[in-house]
Design a protein around this ligand. Structure first.
Ligand SMILES: Nc1ncnc2c1ncn2[C@@H]1O[C@H](COP(=O)(O)OP(=O)(O)OP(=O)(O)O)[C@@H](O)[C@H]1O
Ligand SMILES: [Mg+2]
Length: 354
């Protein structure tokens, strides 16, 4: 089972410039989470802080009982081996072939023989669809291939936690779908805890168990996917629907005059090109048939059902609507829609039972 990561009251700044403050969240073991946020809100900085590459000013990040903010260098080095990280730029060594890039952590961190290294490298290259590209240099392949090579390298040490910084940026829709499926399948196979930073709404809506959102130097929300997908919190709602209208602007935040102008524009019936009325819980991406069920998803069901009564009604409906008949019996949820909400209606647009 993947490791749990508990982040508490984490704050980071560069000089006098605060990046974000007081971030608290838990990545439950083996669950997949997505971190959203406009450009420049510090998502990459957050990932780097989680592995101790950047030192936060305050707070803790506890992995497997070790607070990586305060532990010794040696302990940090050990704990880092639990992580597989796909950096935003891929961070491949330009002068090394893909084979050597992917082999690098194994040669650096283990005493495995070259035969063993070869077996693992070829396996990960195959898993990420890069068989045959072993001898290529990073400069000779496409951006999508570089992303996948970065992912292959992140996987060689059998990580318990996988951090992916924009695995889908610069990919076409088909390859984005492919990498989403790859991450879900990987999670089913190795039960690692996964955190994905993405700007892709589709990935955010279909891949994770949990979603978080950074905005204005804070973690606005972090919780079960159903909570954010049905949220009417303006920032979350705007982002997940890709709207121009809302608090997020090109230079990150808009002033109230600008927001008012846009509201008036929309009220006059003008459309901003966003996909309207897609709010709601859509079915989650499942592992490819033949693969084991995601253990993280099984554990999550118990976890989320135990906090169901604390969630907003729409989120509750989203969760119960996706339960199977068997689960309904098990958790004592009744009715066709299983609504726990005040009106008991259940049938919210966009919520599809699985
Ligand atoms: N090493 C550093 N030293 C100083 N400032 C930094 C450093 N790394 C990042 N920053 C600043 O921190 C802020 C957040 O950067 P970060 O790269 O984390 O944003 P992001 O949310 O990942 O954006 P994007 O979606 O564009 O990748 C930016 O203002 C950036 O300039
Ligand atoms: Mg980034």
């Amino acid at each position: 089972m993947g490791a749990e990561v508990v982040v508490e009251g984490l704050s980071t700044s560069f000089g006098r410039q605060p990046i974000w403050r007081d971030v608290t969240l838990t990545l439950p073991p083996g669950e997949v989470s997505v971190l959203l946020g406009p450009s420049g809100t510090g998502k990459s900085v957050f990932l780097k802080s989680m592995i101790g590459l950047l030192k936060p000013d305050q707070g803790s990040c506890t992995v497997d009982g070790t607070d990586i903010v305060r532990c010794s260098e040696r302990k940090l080095y050990e704990t880092r081996k639990l992580f597989g990280v796909l950096f935003q730029d891929g961070a491949l060594f330009g002068s090394m072939t893909l084979y050597d890039n992917v082999a690098f952590p194994l040669r650096e961190h283990t005493k495995k023989s070259e035969t063993e290294v070869r077996r693992i490298v070829l396996e990960k290259l195959e898993l990420t669809g890069l068989s045959g590209a072993e001898d290529k240099l990073p400069g000779e392949i496409s951006g999508g291939m570089r992303k996948r090579a970065g992912l292959a390298r992140a996987l060689v040490l059998d990580p318990e936690i996988i951090l992916c910084d924009e695995p889908d940026s610069g990919l076409d829709p088909v390859r984005t779908a492919y990498i989403s499926q790859l991450l879900v399948d990987l999670n089913a196979q190795i039960d690692a805890t996964i955190l994905i930073v993405t700007h892709n709404i589709n990935v955010a809506r279909t891949v994770p168990d949990n979603i978080g959102m950074l905005f204005r130097k804070e973690l606005v929300m972090f919780g079960p996917r159903e909570v954010l997908l049905t949220s009417d919190e303006p920032v979350v709602e705007q982002f997940l629907n890709g709207r121009v209208r809302g608090p997020i602007g090109m230079s990150e935040e808009k002033d109230s005059a600008q927001i008012a102008r846009e509201e008036a524009h929309a009220a006059a019936g003008h459309h901003d090109g966003s996909v309207d009325d897609v709010r709601g819980v859509v079915p989650q991406l499942q592992p490819t048939p033949g693969l084991p069920e995601r253990q993280g998803a099984i554990r999550r069901k118990d976890r989320v059902m135990s906090l169901l009564h604390t969630l907003p009604p729409e989120a509750q409906r989203g969760i119960t609507a996706s339960l199977s008949a068997q689960d309904r019996l098990r958790y004592g949820v009744d009715g066709v829609d299983g609504a726990h909400g005040p009106d008991g209606a259940g049938a919210v647009a966009g919520i599809l039972p699985r």
